[in-house]
Design a protein around this ligand. Structure first.
Ligand code: NAP
Length: 282
């Protein structure tokens, strides 16, 4: 293996340390710590694990957090009612409705109902639109985490060829907008892309956000590229990314591992967003 392994845990710890110091200052000024409220509907085990991690992280940096665990039978109207209550509660700084939601609830309708000023997941149409227009807003946590990793690694983005595999609202599209805003030349690939490996091989910066275990092999990586693997796939071999780590690490200059790469950054950026949301509401 020749690639440097990008330590997402260490970068995330540095971000959390910064947030902890700023939370202290915020609390001293405002007499209250920022408050994040999470909502889960149903009993998806992965959601429970993710949300528990978010509460632990809040506690660690001195933020307050509350959780609403709603039964799987909760109606869309009931959930909209809770979102409305949280929107109007002046003590609440950040609202996170964990996805996926049960089939009978339209996630787009729920996300759109969240007050954009409290949308710490950065997923409301307002925040997505602000990002598309290059205007300040709350940026979705995983894409923001990808950018923070690239910044921390000192990756030169101006004029670089960046290829993003995946065009979801959650990751692919926002990360491509952020790369474009950083003056990279951005190509977005998806399930209909012809010759995916050849397109990826153009990339100085390759971001994989697909959800297919080890989809991208060594032949998809340009020698010397920086590879950011957002994918989290549960397989019989444990958690793996969308990139074949061993094969890609032979070719790349730097690569994120799974786990321990982008994942910890997502939680760290949620803390950054919650603090920013609290500050903006003062
Ligand atoms: P998603 O909504 O399912 O989107 C997947 C994207 O990949 C789609 O745009 C799809 O194309 C594309 N795609 C699927 N198969 C492909 C193929 N064979 N070749 C090229 N493109 C293909 O997934 P997501 O929410 O963006 O998540 C992507 C991955 O990131 C998942 O593994 C997820 O678990 C992980 N994730 C990790 C974190 C973290 O914190 N580490 C956070 C969020 C997500 P079409 O649009 O054409 O269908």
């Amino acid at each position: 293996m020749s690639a440097r392994v990008i330590d997402g845990k260490a970068v995330a710890a540095a971000v959390r340390e910064c947030v902890a110091a700023e939370v202290k200052a915020y609390e001293a000024e405002q007499g209250r710590a920022p408050l994040l409220v999470t909502v889960i509907v149903g009993d998806d085990p992965a959601s429970e694990v993710y949300v528990a991690g978010k509460h632990r992280a809040c506690k660690e940096v001195g933020m307050r957090s509350l959780h609403h665990g709603l039964g799987a039978e909760t109606s869309e109207e009931q959930l909209l009612g809770l979102v409305d209550e949280l929107n109007r509660d002046p003590d609440v700084d950040g609202i996170l409705v964990q996805l996926p939601l049960p089939e009978h609830i339209d996630p787009d309708r729920i996300v759109a109902a969240i007050d954009p000023a409290k949308d710490v997941d950065g997923l409301t149409p307002v925040n997505a639109g602000l990002l598309a227009h290059g205007m300040p807003g709350l940026v979705s946590c995983t894409p923001a985490g990808v950018m923070e990793l690239l910044r921390h690694e000192g990756v030169e983005l101006e004029g670089a060829e960046a290829v993003v595999v995946g065009r979801s609202k959650l990751v692919g599209v926002p990360v491509s907008r952020l790369l474009l805003a950083a003056n990279a030349t951005v190509t977005v690939c998806h399930s209909r892309t012809r010759d995916l490996a050849a397109t990826c091989r153009r990339a100085d910066v390759l971001v994989a956000a697909v959800g297919v275990p080890r989809l991208l092999g060594g032949d998809a990586v340009k020698p010397g590229a920086v590879v950011i693997d957002v994918g989290v796939n549960r397989t019989d071999d444990g958690l793996v990314g969308d990139v074949d780590f061993e094969a890609a690490a032979e070719v790349a200059a730097a690569i994120t591992p799974v786990p321990g790469g982008v994942g910890p950054m997502t939680v760290a950026m949620l803390l950054v967003n919650t603090l920013a949301a609290a500050r903006a509401r003062v």
